[in-house]
Design a protein. Structure first.
Length: 431
């Protein structure tokens, strides 16, 4: 048991200490504000305050974990053993920066509470993030800091105990359009036919007509193939199905079409199925609740995991809605068109609501890649050169390598064969 002394135990302090030590490093911790308890403790211990008590392991604290509210904070980047860091702690500290305040800043998405201009879909822009501006978006900094801290603690406390934690791989199939041409009904099919004809998209016309006569030829209908790949590599993948009413942004198959319902039920027999929430549900919690219930009723099991359309997370309201709708796990923390770690971590963490000053019962699973971020890559080799670098960093800190692939790209006709790439990804990173 690691004892941490501080001058004040706050909700922010408790939240980040448990994330860094318990969830990332597997070290049990306890806290005290009593000097006498700290001094008589004979096991591993550290001080987190403004001044050290004796000659103990000391991390000088910033004020962030002891404040309330949101302030505009100036960030000056430094370096610790080649890893970027911020919130300088001075020479007396055993760690050259306040690792806990810096981790809290990233995990709480502090910068997303500050005034910023959202993109056309109401999202926080990746290019406005601290990680992008300072060049560390593709580094799981919080985890890297934690393991550097662990090295220092083990030098001081060689008998420090920690629970074992291993690397894991989570591939996600996001199904917002299960079929390109099939199952769309007479009106939508005819409208699509004349749209393709007016734009002289002859190859699409041929495919559309072929699918009308043989629905199994639909290019997006790769579910049997994907399930076969998962079985071959013994991968526990997740399928997120949109199960929503038709709208301008949500155009999946009708939830009342029996073949679509049968597809979801059959996939749920072999893989975990969760909800890909519609854009309409992001704006209306009653729709979100309805979508969750309908999907749960269909597969006859609770639906507690969710992804949001277009990765649209507007903190804190989006996550408050998910909690109210009784979701326990979210898989939307990442950027659609940029690879990297939006929250600076590759370890699941709980949502901390800065305006309510409390940890909330929603676990966030950050992803490092959404396949749309790869559309400008020239070939598979170029893709893996980038993914290998990200994978190596995640593997070094025993994190979770979560990749999101969309059903549309997997079934599309592009310069990269997405199905082939997906299969190679499973083989390469599931170890």
């Amino acid at each position: 048991m690691l004892l941490i002394y501080t001058h004040k135990i706050t909700k922010r302090f408790t939240y980040v200490m448990k994330q860094v030590f318990v969830r990332i490093l597997g070290i049990e911790v306890t806290f005290t504000t009593k000097v006498e308890d700290f001094i008589k403790h004979t096991g591993p211990k550290i001080t987190y305050t403004k001044q050290p008590l004796q000659n103990e392991f000391f991390v000088r604290s910033n004020d962030l974990l002891f404040e309330q509210g949101i302030n505009d904070i100036e960030i000056k980047l430094g370096e610790w053993n080649g890893v970027p860091c911020f919130f300088d702690a001075g020479e007396r500290s055993n760690v050259p920066f306040d690792i806990f305040s810096a981790a809290f800043y990233l995990l709480s998405r502090y910068e997303e509470y500050l005034p910023h201009v959202k993109d056309d879909l109401g999202r926080f822009p990746a290019k406005k993030s601290l990680g992008f501006e300072k060049g560390f978006l593709e580094c799981p900094l919080v985890d890297q800091w934690a393991y550097l801290l662990l090295d220092g603690l083990k030098q001081r406390f060689p008998d420090l105990e920690q629970a074992s934690k291993t690397y894991s791989f989570t591939p996600i199939i996001n199904v917002t359009t299960s079929h390109c041409y099939a199952l769309k009904g007479f009106s939508r099919s005819i409208a699509g036919f004349f749209l393709d004809l007016s734009r002289l998209r002859l190859s699409r016309l041929v495919k559309r007509i072929t699918v009308w006569f043989n629905p199994k030829k639909d290019p997006y209908d790769n579910f049997d193939f994907l399930l076969g790949l998962h079985k071959k590599f013994k991968v526990k993948a997740m399928f997120f199905f949109q199960f929503a009413a038709y709208s301008a942004h949500d155009k999946n198959i009708s939830i009342y079409r029996n073949k679509f319902r049968h597809l979801i039920k059959s996939v749920s027999d072999y893989s975990k199925v969760a909800l890909s929430a519609s854009l309409a549900s992001v704006r209306d919690i009653s729709i979100l609740v309805k979508e969750r219930k309908r999907l749960s009723d269909l597969i006859n099991r609770p639906v507690q995991h969710v992804r949001l359309r277009y990765n649209r997370v507007a903190i804190p309201q989006t996550y408050r809605n998910l909690i109210e709708a009784e979701f326990t796990d979210d898989y939307t923390m990442g950027y659609t068109h940029h690879l990297g770690f939006r929250a600076g971590t590759c370890t699941p963490f709980y949502f901390y609501d800065l305006t309510l000053e409390a940890q909330q019962p929603l676990r966030i699973h950050p992803f490092v890649l959404c396949d749309y971020a790869l559309r400008n890559f020239k070939n598979q080799q170029e893709v893996f050169q980038k993914l290998d670098l990200l994978y190596q960093q995640v593997k070094q800190v025993n994190g979770t390598f979560t990749l999101v692939f969309s059903n549309e790209l997997l079934g599309g006709n592009h310069k990269i064969n997405w199905l082939e790439l997906y299969g190679a990804t499973l083989k390469r990173y599931y170890v």
